[in-house]
Design a protein around this ligand. Sequence first.
Ligand code: FPP
Length: 255
Amino acid sequence: MPDPTPRHIAIVMDGNGRWARKRFMPRGVGHKAGVDALVKVVQAAADRGVGFLTVFAFSSENWKRPEEEVSGLMSLLLVALSKHLVRLKADGVRIRIVGDLDQVSDKVRSALLDAQSATVGNSRLVLTVAFNYGGRWDIVQACRQAMAAGLAPEQLTEAELSRFMAMAYAPDPDLFIRTGGEVRLSNFLLWQSAYAELMFTDCLWPDFDAAELDRAIAEFGRRERRFGDVGSSGEGEGAIGAGEDASPQPPHCED
Ligand code: FPP
């Protein structure tokens, strides 16, 4: 039986603003709570043997937000790194950054790259922080690199292009989670998520915790991954965690 634990989980951490508004607080408070949730989920994922966790921290579209919110997110990132980096490093987390860092301030770029360098020796869990990232940007930058490397059109295969994608070091995500109730990919890991199992939850990101992660992993174990093949013929057979209780779980996360 295949291992029901996804090797790579990607998360769109949505719902921070609504979480704060429900509490009559500024959106920035929600983002701060989002950082706390992220730190806990990283620990929980590592404990469960997930090898790669990739989170959408700042999309290439997030620049459209009010200037105050954008600068708040940048400041929060700096605070979060200075507060949590030592612990993450001690816990064996390797931080990697993907995204167009040419567009971010020197201070933010340095902090991100320093975190990456400081944890380069770790391998328990690779936490990829997608920052000023967009899936279309990634595909275009990969094509540009392939062209710059002198690849002829007939040499450009899926495998070749994959070598130039920003996350070439990681397996494709097995499980793609989006919190916050929206049901779309929002330009996250478009190339890499071709065969990911998609999971959408109403849970607002600051409420997402180890129990929610376990719920998502359990649901992943009930999915049948076919990768374009016909899969098994019997109902439930062939699911990743086949043999386990396949009954749907009640929703848990409530706000
Ligand atoms: C979406 O919630 C969330 C973000 C745009 C940022 C996610 C960032 C973190 C969890 C913190 C870690 C990252 C940084 C940059 C410090 P939303 O604001 O769209 O929520 P809403 O849909 O309820 O408005």
